[in-house]
Design a binder for this molecule. Structure first.
Ligand code: ADP
Ligand code: DP6
Ligand code: CO
Length: 364
């Protein structure tokens, strides 16, 4: 074993403009650009540690091993984790070649353990935090950033583990520009604004169900690409203009515009899921009740001459993220708790709730 394990954490993110669809499933190149907010590490996070084993491969047992939430997961040959590991090894080999005094560790097997402190595969972007934490941990194990490897380069590798992970390598407000090159060289995440740009913005995470979703994101979006005509309209006529508007809203800290675009994009994403054959249902009755509650809160606030007080967004799962400005957090929490009381009697699967300052530190 190496002298010490390398531990790193990364957080998940909440999309305000959603990536759903791939034009290349192997390199993970999206059909549209997207934008998300990387949440602070204080709440929802993947904690990943990695160590290299200083012995050569024994027998035919797969050399690299991964434990996720205490259970071993197979690192499939040619799979996404294996691809990330291969890319990271390639970078370490380059660093070793350029620095002959460095220990040659690139070929050693790696053992990785990761734990999410929030539901895995339940639509709270565990693949974003998990794969970005994996790449960040390996970068630290291999001392890549001490030898000039940039966060952008690492983000390109994280993208090949899970598309949404490329954005989670950066903190704050992050766009994933779809790019047009066949090799994916311009399909990259870029910071739109740092976390500090809008400290007033909070994200409330409403865990409606912690169960693993029935349709994993990768499979769901492939089905949508193959069957939904609405997706083509979304990609061509909706997302490009929305990316510009949401970026402007973030730069201007215009909560009302930010809220409207975020909710519209969440709604259209779930409409596209319904337009898929067979349809994909990520929202459940509680998710829809939260949408109704936020709609009513906003209607009353707008009628009183104030703007929106909250914006909902749902990833590929039933769990809600509500964006709220600091001045409204207490009020929105109060209303949510009144309508969705957290008692064992009314909710056998307790309706958990957490508050997370949006735009926290990124993975690196
Ligand atoms: P989610 O909505 O949570 O992102 P996905 O279907 O996109 O769900 O991805 C879930 C998959 O991501 C898991 O089944 C697992 O393979 C991978 N994953 C989640 N968390 C981690 C982690 N901490 N480390 C490595 N892989 C992870
Ligand atoms: C709904 O990044 O999880 O979270 O690239 O196949 O791993 P893979 O999919 P993933 O899908 C993201 C879809 C989304 C929206 C988003 O994060 O933009
Ligand atoms: Co995911």
């Amino acid at each position: 074993m190496s002298d010490q394990p390398y531990v790193f954490q990364a957080t998940c993110s909440a999309p305000v403009n959603i990536a759903w669809g791939k034009r290349d499933t192997s390199l993970i190149l999206p059909t549209n650009s997207s934008l998300s907010v990387t949440l602070s590490q204080d709440h929802l996070r993947s904690l990943t540690s990695a160590a290299y084993i200083t012995r050569k491969q024994l027998g035919t047992f797969p050399p690299d091993r991964l434990w996720l939430n205490g259970e071993e997961e197979e690192v499939k040959e040619g799979g996404r984790t294996a691809r990330c590991l291969a890319e990271m090894r390639r970078l370490r080999e380059q660093v070793e070649a350029a620095n002959p005094s460095l220990q040659k560790i690139a070929s050693y097997p790696i053992h990785i353990a990761s734990e999410n402190n929030f539901p895995t595969a339940a639509g709270l972007a565990s693949s974003a935090s998990g794969l970005s934490a994996l790449v960040a941990t390996l970068a630290s194990l291999y001392a890549l950033q001490d030898h000039g490897v940039s966060t952008s380069e690492l983000s390109r590798i994280a993208r090949q583990g899970s598309g949404s992970a490329c954005r989670s390598m950066f903190g704050g407000y992050v766009a994933w520009e779809m790019g047009s090159q066949a090799d994916g060289s311009d399909s990259v995440a870029v910071e739109v604004a740092p976390a500090s740009h809008w400290p007033d913005l909070h994200a409330l995470i409403l865990v409606v169900s912690d169960k693993k979703k029935g349709t994993p994101s990768t499979a769901g979006m492939q089905r949508t690409v193959a069957t939904s005509a609405l997706l083509e309209h979304r990609i061509r006529d909706v997302v490009p203009a929305r990316m510009e508007r949401i970026t402007r809203a973030i730069h201007a800290r215009d909560f009302d515009a930010f809220a409207r675009e975020t909710m519209a994009d969440s709604n259209q994403f779930h409409a596209v899921c319904l337009d898929t054959e067979p349809p994909i249902f990520y929202l459940n009755d509680v998710s829809r009740a939260v949408i109704q509650l936020v709609t009513e809160l906003n209607r009353a606030s707008v009628a009183a001459g104030k703007g929106c007080v909250a914006a909902y967004t749902y990833d590929a799962g039933p769990n809600a993220v509500l964006y709220v400005q600091e001045k409204d957090v207490a009020h929105v929490l109060d209303v949510v708790l009144r309508y969705f009381p957290q008692s064992a009697e009314s909710f056998p699967d307790p309706f958990q709730l957490g508050v997370d300052p949006a735009g926290g530190k990124g993975a690196l």
